[in-house]
Design a protein around this ligand. Structure first.
Ligand code: NAG
Ligand code: NAG
Ligand code: NAG
Ligand code: NAG
Ligand code: NAG
Length: 406
C-alpha cells in the first residue's frame, strides 16, 4: 500500500514538471518534453546506465521518478527537446502503424503521388534467399493493400529509392550474379532500365542510398552494407564512397569517402547547396574481416558545394562539419523537408534536427519494443516511416514536407 502511494505521488509530481512545459492544445498522452531544466534529468539520482544502442528512455535507472519519465516517453509519439518541434509537428499529428512486418530491415521507401502507392523493400538476411531479394513491396495507401511485385526484368537487392520525374530511381547492392547498379523503374509498367553499373569498369561495392537534385543529377552512397552481408560474390574494390553522377552525361566523380566508417543515408538541402551524409560505420552490416570499425562512427555530416570562379556549383565538397552524433543508435535513412529540416531515421526514433545549429529538436516514436525506423517518405503534411516491424503513418503534420518539385 505504502509503496503504491509513493509511486502515485511521484507520477503526479512528474506530470507537473514534464507536462507543464507542453503548450496548451497538445495532447499530454502523445507528447513528452525532455529538458535538463528538469532537475531529475540534469542530475539523475541513484544508478543509471545505457548503451549507445538503447534509446534514452530505455536506460536502466534505479529512481522510480526517472523510470516514470522513461515510461511516459516510451508511450509517447512525439518527444520535444526544443520548442520549435511543437511548431513543426503541430498539435493534430498522430502516429499509426499501418502494417506489421517482421523485425527485419525495410527501406528504400518512395511515395508515388500519382498512383497513391508506397514502394519499399525488405532488405538482407534473414529474409529472401540467403538474404537476397528479387522482389519489392507496393503499398496502396488508400486501401492499405500490400503486394509483392517484380520488375521486368527482376531487380535484385534494391537498397535506396528516390521518386522524381515520374520514375523510381533506385540503387542496388548487386545480387548472386551481378554487381551493383543505378536504375529507373516505371511505376505503371514496372519496367526496369539500368542507368549505370560501373566506375571506369570497376564494380561498385554495394549501393546503399541516393539523392537527386532538381536538375536530375545523382548523389550515390556506395557502402559496405550489402557486401558485408555477402549479397554478391565480388570483392570490395574500394572504401565506402559518395559519388556524383551527372544525370545528362552519366559522367561520374567521387565526392568523398569514409574510412573507417560507412556511407549510408544521403540528402540535399532544398537549394541543393548543402549535402548531408549519415555515417553508419558502427553497424554490424558494414563488417567483414579487415574492415575498421574505430570509434563506432554514427555521425550526421554536412558539406557545402564549392563554386567555380563564375559562381557555378561544382562537384567538390568544402566546409565539412558534424551536424550531430545520434543520441542513440545511428541515422540510417535521412531526408530534408521542404523547409530544410533534417529528418534522420534510426534506432527507435525518427529525429528532427536543425540543419544550421545541429540541435536535435525532437523525436518521433513508433512504440519501441523492437520497432525501429530505417527510412521515411514524405507526403504533403504526412510521412510514412518504414523499418524493422512495419510501416507507420504520421499524419496531420503542420509543416509541408514534400519537395517543391517531383
Ligand atoms: C553499463 O552497461 C554496460 C553495457 O551493457 C555494461 O557493460 C556495464 O557493466 C554496465 N554497468 C553497470 C554498473 O551495470
Ligand atoms: C539493465 O538491467 C538488466 C537487468 O538487471 C541487465 O540485464 C542489463 O544488462 C542492464 N543493462 C545495462 C545497460 O546496464
Ligand atoms: C545459400 O548459401 C549456402 C551457403 O553458402 C549455399 O550452400 C546455398 O547454395 C545458397 N542457396 C542458394 C539458393 O543460393
Ligand atoms: C552535366 O552535363 C551537362 C552536359 O555537359 C552540363 O551542361 C551540365 O552543366 C552538367 N551538370 C553538372 C552539375 O555538372
Ligand atoms: C516500450 O513500450 C513497448 C510497447 O508497450 C514495450 O514493448 C517496450 O518494452 C517498452 N520499452 C521500454 C524500454 O520499457
Amino acid at each position: 500500500m505504502f509503496s503504491k502511494h509513493v509511486l502515485y505521488f511521484s507520477l503526479a509530481r512528474l506530470a507537473l514538471g514534464q507536462l507543464d512545459a507542453i503548450p496548451t492544445g497538445f495532447d499530454t498522452d502523445r507528447w513528452a518534453w525532455w529538458s535538463n531544466e528538469d532537475p531529475l534529468l540534469a542530475v539523475i539520482p541513484g544508478q543509471f546506465n545505457r548503451t549507445l544502442w538503447d534509446t534514452s528512455s530505455a536506460a536502466n535507472v534505479s529512481d522510480e521518478r526517472v523510470q516514470a519519465i522513461n515510461d511516459h516517453v516510451n508511450q509517447s509519439s512525439f518527444v520535444a527537446y526544443d520548442e520549435r518541434f511543437f511548431d513543426i509537428i503541430g498539435p493534430k499529428a498522430t502516429v499509426e502503424q499501418l502494417q506489421v512486418l517482421p523485425f527485419q530491415v525495410h527501406e528504400a521507401s518512395c511515395y508515388i503521388p500519382e498512383t497513391g502507392q508506397l514502394f519499399f523493400i525488405e532488405w538482407g538476411p534473414p529474409g529472401g534467399v540467403n538474404g537476397s531479394h528479387d522482389w519489392q513491396y507496393l503499398l496502396d495507401v488508400k486501401t492499405n493493400d500490400l503486394t509483392r511485385i517484380q520488375t521486368n526484368p527482376p531487380t535484385w537487392n534494391v537498397h535506396g529509392c528516390v521518386y522524381q520525374n515520374g520514375k523510381l530511381h533506385v540503387v542496388t547492392d548487386g545480387g548472386p550474379d551481378e554487381t551493383p547498379y543505378l536504375a529507373t523503374i516505371d511505376p505503371y509498367t514496372l519496367e526496369r532500365k539500368t542507368i549505370l553499373n560501373n566506375y571506369f569498369e570497376q564494380p561498385f561495392i554495394s549501393f546503399n542510398d541516393l539523392e537527386l537534385d532538381r536538375e536530375g543529377n545523382y548523389y550515390l552512397t556506395d557502402s559496405y552494407s550489402g557486401w558485408g552481408r555477402s549479397l554478391h560474390p565480388y570483392a570490395a574494390p574500394t572504401s565506402p564512397t559518395v559519388y556524383f553522377v551527372n544525370g545528362t552525361t552519366l559522367r561520374i566523380k567521387p565526392l568523398t569517402f569514409l574510412y573507417p566508417g560507412n556511407a549510408n543515408g544521403i540528402t540535399l538541402s532544398p537549394d541543393g547547396k548543402t549535402l548531408y551524409l549519415a555515417d553508419t560505420g558502427a553497424s554490424d552490416s558494414s563488417q567483414k574481416p579487415g574492415v575498421r570499425r574505430d570509434n563506432y562512427p554514427r555521425d550526421l555530416w554536412a558539406w557545402d558545394f564549392a563554386t567555380s570562379s563564375n559562381g557555378e556549383k561544382l562537384p567538390l565538397l568544402t566546409n565539412q562539419r558534424l551536424i550531430s552524433r545520434a543520441i542513440q543508435y545511428f541515422y540510417d535513412g535521412i531526408r530534408v523537408s521542404r523547409n530544410g529540416w533534417l529528418f534522420g531515421a534510426g534506432g527507435e526514433t525518427v529525429d528532427v534536427l536543425d540543419p544550421e545549429s545541429g540541435w536535435t529538436l525532437g523525436s518521433i516514436r513508433v512504440g519501441g519494443g523492437g520497432n525501429d525506423p530505417v527510412n521515411i517518405a514524405f507526403g504533403k503534411h504526412e510521412m510514412r516511416i518504414i523499418g524493422k516491424g512495419g510501416v507507420w503513418h504520421v499524419k496531420n503534420i503542420r509543416e509541408r514536407l514534400d519537395k517543391r518539385w517531383t
